[in-house]
Write a protein that binds this ligand. Structure first.
Ligand SMILES: Cc1cc2nc3c(=O)[nH]c(=O)nc-3n(C[C@H](O)[C@H](O)[C@H](O)COP(=O)(O)OP(=O)(O)OC[C@H]3O[C@@H](n4cnc5c(N)ncnc54)[C@H](O)[C@@H]3O)c2cc1C
Length: 494
């Protein structure tokens, strides 16, 4: 492998962004060492293996396969070199009260038909809506998203402004979709992908209708073997490029001298360095590893950030199969507004939550024993909540009941394995700020140069990657985050 610099780079954190940074930096010729506190790589995208069940602990929606493909192509690989990607059809189902369900088709003509059945004239409007959403996707994912976000000027060039002014980008997503549709089921279908962005549809800019394009046109995919196949692929590429990987090692302090990071201290050693990339939670690196005089942001800044939700998750293995479930199931059979308010306004545990149930064993035999189901159940909750003593049983009973209503099976009678994971676990495992699962909410003020910066002028050889900086949370953006930081460092140092 060509090494065009003798400079060494330490990357803190072996999540998707850290692995991506390490791959790109190593390809650019730096000597890269990645330090990960946990025993597994992947960060929020690690796995839990118990009683023959392999649970993906975090991400389960594989969207924007083009971005992930691009990552592999940078290293002269394709997705097929690592895993078999399957498109899910239908993409998912939404389950409403009164046993109403809708499973959006992966076929666009069929999807239009589904829209038309709900609201007369909406199939034509869907075409127009998706044509605009495609333009936003092309603009967002080919242009906006690769910007380092260091200045507003990056977004001010004529062509970009011209394209942006033709599209509704800045108004709210909620308002935008209501200009096209009015049926409540259609609105929920279009609002659900926004939940990934950590806000309600009225607080997220209409730019993100590109997520509807990603959902309805580009599709929902699944890597056979589980989402962690992506992490294995990233690790394989990193190792093949010569990245030195240390697991079970925690960075505890960064020494700075003359505005330069000179060493990182871990629970095992002290390493001298030339360049540092912090890809663990931004807040942890800045506020807990750097001395106060070297921080770009203060506690007031952090207390004003609007966070995307945390999550309460159940990993459940059962010794029976369930009827009426798809791979992805959104139980919207409770009050959407009330649940949303509990996350963003009152910041309380929701009384009657919506939840998401992923049943990947519907697609993949390798992640559960025969005639069993692998269930991942996620309730989005506010950040910074204290774990409630009786929470586990309270929510477990509720979801068991709702799953029984829909599938006819009482899963509590078939349990082989059950584990619960809450906001405090995110703090313990990933040093997550306020126990966040998905980083910062993608509100207008926290988009692009409104996010915590990839650079810190007080520590000139230190850079940031990961879901709390540009471009934001999610698998595709955190992969891109690694590319952005590697390009930025390469520009400065080579
Ligand atoms: C429950 C859940 C569901 C999700 N679902 C989806 C989905 O379906 N689709 C999607 O696209 N995205 C999804 N996401 C978002 C996506 O998983 C994340 O945006 C992405 O994985 C974040 O990657 P990262 O590298 O920025 O951070 P992390 O994954 O947090 O990686 C940071 C790493 O740094 C390590 N670290 C922390 N402190 C230290 C230290 N002091 N020393 C050394 N190492 C340290 C951590 O252990 C961790 O491994 C989901 C996230 C969660 C939590």
């Amino acid at each position: 492998m060509r090494k065009n610099t003798s400079r060494n780079v330490y990357v803190i954190g072996g999540g998707i962004a850290g692995l991506s940074s390490a791959c790109f930096l190593s390809k650019a010729g730096f000597q890269v060492t990645l330090i990960e506190k946990n025993s597994q790589l992947g960060g929020r995208a690690t796995t839990l293996t118990q009683n023959g069940f392999v649970f993906d602990k975090g991400p389960s929606w594989y969207w924007m396969p083009d971005i992930i493909e691009k990552f592999f192509n940078h290293f002269d690989k394709t997705t097929n070199d690592f895993y078999n990607l399957k498109r899910l059809a239908p993409s998912y189902q939404l389950i409403f009260e009164d046993k109403i369900t809708i499973a959006p088709s992966a076929n666009l003509d069929e999807l239009k038909q589904q829209f038309e059945e709900l609201e007369a004239g909406s199939s034509k409007k869907l075409e127009q809506f998706l044509a605009q959403a495609k333009m936003k996707y092309d603009l967002g994912m080919n242009d906006f998203v690769y910007k380092p976000g260091l200045s507003i000027k990056e977004y001010g060039h004529f062509d970009l402004l011209r394209k942006a002014s033709r599209l509704n980008i800045i108004g709210s997503h909620a308002k935008h979709i209501r200009q096209f549709f009015s049926h409540p089921v259609i609105l929920k279908m279009l609002e659900f992908p926004i939940l990934f962005l950590g806000g309600s549809s009225d607080s997220i800019p209409a730019l993100y209708s590109m997520m509807n394009y990603a959902d309805m046109v580009l599709g929902t995919w699944y890597p056979m073997g589980g989402m962690h196949q992506l992490i294995k692929a990233q690790e394989q590429i990193a190792r093949s490029l010569g990245v030195n990987i240390h697991t079970n090692e925690s960075v505890t302090h960064i020494t700075v001298s003359n505005k330069k990071a000179t060493h990182i201290h871990t629970n095992r050693a002290i390493y001298p360095l030339d360049i540092l990339v912090g890809s663990a939670d931004y807040h942890h690196i800045e506020q807990e590893l750097l001395g106060s005089e070297h921080r770009k942001y203060d506690t007031r800044y952090w207390s004003k950030r609007k966070m995307a939700p945390s999550a309460l998750i159940f990993y459940i293995g059962i010794n029976t199969t369930l009827a009426n479930l798809l791979h992805h199931n959104l139980f919207f059979d409770a009050d959407f507004l009330k649940h949303n308010q509990s996350i963003y306004q009152s910041k309380q545990w929701p009384e009657d939550p919506l939840f998401y149930l992923c049943c990947p064993s519907k697609t993949d035999d390798s992640i559960a024993p025969p005639n069993c189901e692998n269930l991942f159940i996620l309730i989005p909750v506010a950040c910074d909540l204290q774990d409630k003593q009786d929470m586990e049983e309270y929510y477990f009973k509720k979801i068991v009941q709702r799953i029984q209503q829909h599938t006819g099976t009482d899963i509590s009678k078939h349990l082989v394995y059950k584990a619960i994971y809450g906001p405090n676990d995110f703090i313990k495992d990933y040093n997550s700020f306020q126990g966040n699962a998905y980083g910062l909410a993608n509100t207008l003020k926290q988009t692009a140069f409104g996010k915590p910066s990839i650079v810190n002028k007080k520590v000139q050889n230190m850079f940031y990657a990961g879901q709390l900086t540009v471009p934001g949370p999610g698998i595709p953006p955190t992969i891109i985050s690694g590319e952005i930081i590697a390009n930025h460092i390469t520009k400065i140092y080579t």
